[in-house]
Design a protein. Sequence first.
Length: 203
Amino acid sequence: MATLLHLDSAVFPQGSASREVTAAFVEAWREQHPEGRVVYRDLAADPLPHLDASAVAAGADDALRGELAAELTEADAVLIGAPMYNFSIPSTLKAWLDQVIIVGHNSGPDGPVAGTPVTVVASRGGSYAPGTPREDFEFVQNYLEKVLTGMLGAEVDFIVPELTLAHSKPEMAELIPLADASRAKAFNDATEKAKALAARFAA
């Protein structure tokens, strides 16, 4: 029985592109692998405390850090909803990363998380893709790829629903077809990725 660790960090519980896509992923995972287990944390509804000196000193012996690290280590796959806020990740997700990454305990290329598949749904209101005017403002994928692979040795894959504000911003109206195409692709990618992972662990 495989375990999926699912994290959401979008502030709004409804109307969030990242939450909608992660929900589609989980639905496909459950359908393909009904006996699998899903561990869920809503980092916006139940935010974690910022890392402090005592928690750093205690490392894995800190009760919360130990619990979070165990959840990550025990997960066969990880799903993270990471909307772009002010060009970067939500502070609640950063708090989880700071708490869960414990150098000397679960970090490094030979650590217990190395090789774990991590799917990140990195939604954003505009587009920060290569070649766009705001390409150099993209600090979600760049940061998460570095920290998840560089610190934990995980295998990271991104699903990027972009231009999510096109339907609500008149000045972005001409981008609605591109936004709709990006949304459809994100749902398809999430479903296919979840099915592939579920099948892999059910085999």
